[in-house]
Design a binder for this molecule. Structure first.
Ligand code: DHK
Length: 146
């Protein structure tokens, strides 16, 4: 299978590895990207990745995904709970989306339980740590295979 996935990382995920490791683990963002890359390769898929701390940059990256990739894995991080703009961009590009959270957002503060992205996602994975990204890529690969 040939195809491409876009892996989108929201704000503060550039600090993975040093940021609250008891919540987010000790793997770095590069470790996450490498896991996505190696998992995707098993299915003949390539990945592109983007991380930004800026909402508009993430919106631009999602818009650019239309016609360029076959699916999106996104951890919108804090924008999960606040961003109508990111949700609207995901709806606009009409691609399969998997939402990933490293932590179990449902076992944390009340405000983390609401996601603007979840209604648009074909799967939502939370609390599996970095392995959640592997599950997300595998799920999209299965979906794309039909
Ligand atoms: C990452 C963040 O930065 C938080 O703002 C979210 C998410 C949870 C995660 O678990 O990966 O609330």
């Amino acid at each position: 299978m040939n195809g491409r996935l876009l892996i989108v990382h929201g704000p503060n995920l550039n600090l993975l590895g040093t940021r609250e490791p008891e919540i987010y683990g000790s793997d770095t963002l590069e470790d996450v990207n490498e896991l996505c890359r190696s998992t995707a390769a098993r299915y003949g898929l390539e990945i592109e990745t983007v991380q930004s701390n800026h909402e508009g940059v993430l919106v631009d990256a999602i818009q650019a995904a239309r016609g360029a990739v076959d699916g999106i894995v996104i951890n919108p991080a804090a924008y999960t709970h606040t961003s109508v703009a990111i949700a609207d961009a995901l709806a606009a590009v009409d691609l399969p989306v998997v939402e990933v959270h490293l932590s179990n957002v449902h076992a944390r503060e009340e405000f983390r339980k609401h996601s603007y992205v979840s209604p648009l996602a074909s799967a939502v994975i939370a609390g599996a740590g970095i392995t959640g990204y592997r599950f997300a890529v595998e799920h999209l690969a299965a979906q794309l295979r039909g």
